[in-house]
Design a protein around this ligand. Structure first.
Ligand code: NAD
Length: 453
């Protein structure tokens, strides 16, 4: 038998035997995940440094601490999350028990991308374990050093009859997707998201799709340019811009653009020094293919800051572009790198119209000293998430759902939302076998008497 088929059969048998259902089992696995993160902190940091030149700080805050926080939250709340939820009743069911049971789906597939390869694999896994599922994990083959740790080390911390890590690229994932899963959780590009959803449709498997896109960032004239520049540059160049929720482009007036440019230059120099290539705090582009793609984007508009690149090092300087045309590739595709175009607009209305003419983004940012302006952008647009006066801070709150809308995705997770995503909400009514007299009124032969029901 094909080894993947064998793994899936084994996991399904374990699920059908009820192995993952008890709360104690789920707690054990979550504790295993916690030990994996603690024991292998350095190993993970080294792998992330090899794959993405990620600094220890960025690995710590955006991969390890976030994953650990989700495990801790699930451990603290598991009993409460698992509890049946009582619901209100009507007259006919007054004596019965009506509740929602949070039931695991069964065998779940989680597919992750390469940009936050630990976080985007383990955070969904926490929800899937907490909800009582068996799980197949498919890390990205592109962040290959991290993939190796996830394939070789992670399974030692989990019950291998219920959890498996399957390595591979598009071809292997395509094969995996031919099998029937009970839920598929995918994080990656909209293009592959469609492939996943098409494969899932063949089995009527429900999906969560966490996708990407272009996240607009509106900057009002009344802002302090240096504050905006610090915040935008930090979130644009974090992980070398390879972040699904990074501000993708700025919309501002020509006057604000003139004030922002020196402020952005000052923020970049402050963060990465005069020679960002030698900074330990700036990462590298994941591979040659993405490097070439980004190098091509440097030719759009006019380079106002940065613009240098070094193929041998997969280095692209933190860059700001101006005078870009809407029709140029940098304004057509998700940038996913350290390049920030500034697009000028004459008014707030024009900015909102620019945003609404495009696909709904994963995140939207608005900077203004006037809270009315921020609220107006919020009220007149749509996006997966929104943050006023900062970058992707909204996604650091596990109390907020994280996910896209429209082209940026389907579904949500983080914290309790993850548990709910991986749980089927089963509608349950337990009736009494007695009191049959009361039911007489509903039975045929019908007569005006039935209408009293
Ligand atoms: P990708 O879609 O190329 O790959 C994601 C996963 O799908 C990988 O595990 C890969 O092996 C697999 N895959 C690739 N091609 C496939 C195919 N033809 N058939 C089946 N499986 C295939 O995405 P990526 O390049 O790894 O990541 C970048 C994208 O992910 C960006 O668009 C980014 O915005 C998005 N992203 C979204 C989020 C989010 O939370 N919404 C987070 C991170 C990244």
């Amino acid at each position: 038998m094909d080894p993947v088929e064998d793994t899936l059969r084994r996991l399904r048998e374990a699920f059908n035997a009820g192995r993952t259902r008890p709360a104690e089992f789920r707690v054990e696995q979550l504790k295993g995940l916690s030990r994996f993160l603690q024991d292998n902190r350095q190993l993970l940091q080294d792998a992330l440094a090899q794959d993405l030149h990620k600094s220890a700080f960025e690995s710590e805050v955006s991969e390890i601490v976030i994953s650990q926080g989700e495990v801790d939250l699930a451990l603290r709340n598991l009993q409460a999350w698992m509890k049946d939820e009582s619901v209100s009743k009507n007259l006919a069911t007054q004596l019965d028990s009506a509740f929602i049971r949070k039931e695991p789906y069964g065998l779940v597939l989680i597919i992750a991308p390469w940009n936050y390869p630990v976080n985007l694999m383990l955070v969904p896994l926490v929800g899937a374990i907490a909800a009582g599922n068996c799980v197949v994990l498919k890390p990205s083959e592109i962040s290959k050093n991290t993939e190796k740790v996830l394939v070789e080390v992670l399974p030692r911390y989990l019950d291998q009859s219920c959890f498996a890590v399957v390595p591979g690229g598009p071809q292997e994932t395509g094969k995996l997707l031919e099998h029937k899963f009970d839920y598929i959780f995918f994080t990656g590009s909209p293009h592959v998201g469609k492939i996943v959803m098409t494969a899932a449709a063949k089995h009527l498997t429900p999906v969560t799709l966490e996708l990407g896109g272009k996240n607009p960032c509106y900057v009002d004239d009344n802002c302090d340019p240096q504050t905006v520049a610090n915040r935008v540059a930090f979130f644009r160049y974090f992980n070398t811009g390879q972040t699904c929720v990074a501000p993708d482009y700025i919309l501002c007036s020509p006057e604000m653009q003139e004030r922002l440019l020196p402020a952005l230059q000052s923020a970049i120099t402050r963060f990465y020094g005069d020679d960002p290539q030698s900074s330990p705090n700036l990462g590298r582009i994941i591979n040659q293919k993405h490097f070439k793609r980004l190098q091509g984007l440097l030719g759009c508009g006019r380079v106002a800051i940065g613009g240098q690149s070094d193929e041998s090092d997969r280095y692209i300087a933190p860059t700001v572009l101006v005078d870009v045309q809407e029709t140029e590739p940098v304004m057509q595709e998700e940038i996913f790198g350290p390049i920030l175009p500034l697009v000028t607009v004459r008014s707030l209305d024009e900015a909102i119209d620019f945003i609404n003419r495009r696909e709904k983004p994963l995140a939207l940012y608005a900077f203004s000293n006037c809270s009315q302006v921020v609220r107006e952008v919020l009220a007149r647009t749509s996006s997966g998430g929104f943050c006023g006066n900062d970058g992707f801070m909204h996604m650091t709150l596990a109390s907020l759902p994280f996910g896209g809308v429209g082209a940026s995705g389907i579904g949500r997770y983080h914290g309790k939302f993850s548990f709910d995503t991986f749980s089927h909400q089963r509608a349950c009514l337990l009736r009494s076998p007695g009191m049959e007299k009361i039911n007489d009124i509903r039975y045929p032969p019908y007569s005006p008497r039935n209408l009293r029901l």
